[in-house]
Design a protein around this ligand. Sequence first.
Ligand code: GDP
Ligand code: GDP
Length: 432
Amino acid sequence: MGVVAIVGRPNVGKSTLFNRLIQKREAIVEPTSGVTRDRHYGKANWGGVSFTVIDTGGYVANSEDIFQVEIDKQVELAIEQADVILFLVSVTDGVVAMDRDIMQLLRKERKPVLTVINKVDNHHMAQLSVEFYDMGIANYYNISSINGSGTGDLLDEVIKYLPNKEDTEDDKPKIAVVGRPNSGKSSFINTILGQDRYIVTNIAGTTRDSIESNYSKFGFDFKIVDTAGIRRKSKVKEDLEFYAVMRSIRTIEYSDICLLLVDATRGFEGQDKSIFWIAEKNNKGVVILVNKWDLMEKDTHLSKQIEETIKNQIKPFSNVPILFISVLEKQRILKALHSAIAVYENRNRRIHTKKLNEYLLPIIAKNPPPISKGKEIKIKFCMQLPTKYPQFIFFANLPQYIKEQYTRFLENKIRQAYNFEGVPVRIFFRKK
Ligand code: GDP
Ligand code: GDP
């Protein structure tokens, strides 16, 4: 767990490194292809430690005449979202003015920064990297994003900065409030916490890590997780979808359940969808709250219609609660919290292995995976893994031939018998 951000001027190799770190694993299975999600954000794994990688400059075209203001925004995003920042420079260009500017910005903050010299493809290049001592960088990592050399040592260092799972373990549910700018996140949090907690305190150098507020009222006992994303929103006007979406990464990463606020007057679109998939990818529980319902014609037909539209957009993970609320008129706020807690319970649901097999094996016997390459596929046994979120493992003679469609079939059967509403369900196959 944790977030790693890559910063650097255009052309130093950020997206090449990003792709190497995430190894493009997830891009294949994603049902919808939000640009933000697939190209600039991904999950990586090193030595069993999984973490999020952000390419902060991902959306900027490879042009050298990039404006300083864009660089500032990228660095700011990295500082705000990351546990550790990879500051990328290129050995082929040496130190250029823009590298120094970024360096200056990074030095103002207390976030750990690792300087990474990229394009060190061979021994000869490694000698050139000595020039970087000029920048006052005593410690740096020589890597080649293209051939992968040096990235192992770098990752060994990176994971030292990521939070230890044990440290952040807490028995209270952690709820994040996410959504596009203006969807009503701050209003929602202020309404439930009953005070203006979210007045911006944007003093340079102050800790920008996540804040947790306790909520124990009306029989609830949970924490609201927030990061700079919401608190500082009134200071920066985000025009770009890229930043708005990326701003929710850290909050999602540190939560169990995400309340995704959608502005009813705008409908469910690109940004909402991208944020939804970040939560899904991180195995978080999700409740969709269509807010500002007071501004809509009150008519059940309309809510059904909107619900259908959203479910269509979030396929195949459409088993998600969708509620229509008004923060302004304090309508269904408690209902939303109840729903969040129900989803939290679903996420913690553990199915007894014997019961699971008694239920699923007859279904599988009746509907076995289709024969592949003339071979019969037999599933012998299954169980839920003892993890924080639902994962099921199926043992089969030829697991490699089982298709995505059959995985969905099994997932649906599991969802029909057990309540996993609002929670992504993972299914794996192993050979036995
Ligand atoms: P970004 O603008 O910082 O995201 O940079 P890109 O990842 O798009 O890379 C810019 C150019 O540098 C591309 O032509 C890459 O193929 C090249 N590049 C990236 N990493 C390396 C490397 O390790 N060695 C070499 N020789 N070229 C690289
Ligand atoms: P954030 O950017 O997601 O934190 O959104 P804010 O909480 O700042 O809300 C954006 C605007 O929407 C503000 O003007 C709020 O007063 C307004 N707003 C929030 N919730 C509602 C609601 O339920 N109904 C209406 N009509 N306006 C709302």
